[in-house]
Design a protein around this ligand. Structure first.
Ligand SMILES: Nc1ncnc2c1ncn2[C@@H]1O[C@H](COP(=O)(O)OP(=O)(O)O)[C@@H](O)[C@H]1O
Ligand SMILES: [Mg+2]
Length: 243
């Protein structure tokens, strides 16, 4: 399969402080990759570095054969990269339909209706909610709306930062199913997840970030069996006992 996103020796952070160090990864088109790591490991910073909203110190980001690391965020958006940041970011006091309109801002007016209709095919559960205030949707529906809004301009890479945060176990599963569905139409998905177990089950590939470094990468079904990962991220207790 073709490599969609090739991240080479990326160092990124804020001000004079690098947070992500010498990070490399090659991500295949149309796959779901989960990035796991503890709090403060630099997961959100890596997502921002890919979208262009933090400082790049060194490295290259090749997306669909084109170097994008010098591009502004809006150029990356036009180039097919979509980011759903951590936390809610829709317009709570606007209706779902109006949120969809806002999501069309980077498109020509003549394309708005078609883009919204295409997105609703991917997220049909939002169809009956079009006249509901976004703030009155359930947590899961709001997360679905976030994802749908970013999908409106048809990105080729979807970056999801902690999409299941604060959701019930059932809705977390729904979010992972949506990620798979987005990948099934050929979009490459990279998501950061605290629910490592659920996310890994829905992923093709996993990357483990520790102190800003890529310490392990491989097929998700192998990473999920790795004893070190089970202990550190999947809630398994050590068999050694303190006496
Ligand atoms: N806007 C910012 N300015 C300066 N430092 C930041 C900023 N955002 C995050 N950091 C720092 O970068 C480090 C990694 O944060 P983050 O990427 O949010 O981690 P994670 O998403 O893995 O929890 C933390 O030490 C955090 O304090
Ligand atoms: Mg984060």
């Amino acid at each position: 399969m073709a490599c969609a996103l090739d991240i080479r020796a990326l160092t990124a952070g804020y001000g004079d402080l690098p947070v992500v160090h010498d990070f490399s990864a090659a991500i295949e088109a149309g796959t779901v990759t989960t990035l796991i790591g503890g709090n403060g490991a630099g997961k959100s910073t890596l997502m921002r570095a890919l979208f262009g909203t933090c400082r790049l110190f060194a490295g290259e980001i090749i997306f669909l054969g084109v170097p994008i690391e010098r591009m502004h965020p809006w150029e990356r958006l036009a180039h097919g990269i979509g980011l759903v940041p951590q936390g809610r970011c829709n317009f709570a006091s606007m209706r779902v339909a109006e949120n969809f309109k806002m999501a069309c801002y980077s498109l020509q007016r003549a394309d708005h209706d078609r883009a919204i209709a295409r997105t609703l095919q991917l997220f049909p559960a939002l169809k009956p909610k079009m006249s509901v205030m976004a703030g009155n949707l359930s947590g899961g529906e709001q997360q679905m709306l976030e994802m749908a809004m970013v999908m409106v301009p048809s990105p080729k890479l979807l970056l999801l930062d902690e999409p299941s945060l604060g959701l019930s176990p059932k809705m977390q599963q729904d979010v992972f199913s949506m990620a798979r569905q987005v990948a099934s139409i050929g979009v490459t998905v990279l998501m950061v997840e605290q629910n490592a177990h659920g996310a890994l089950l829905a992923s093709d590939t996993a990357i483990v970030l520790e102190l800003g470094r890529n310490v392990l990468a491989g097929p998700a079904n192998a990473v999920i069996r790795d004893p070190r990962i089970r202990l550190a991220y999947l809630g398994e207790r050590s068999t050694e006992r303190l006496s």
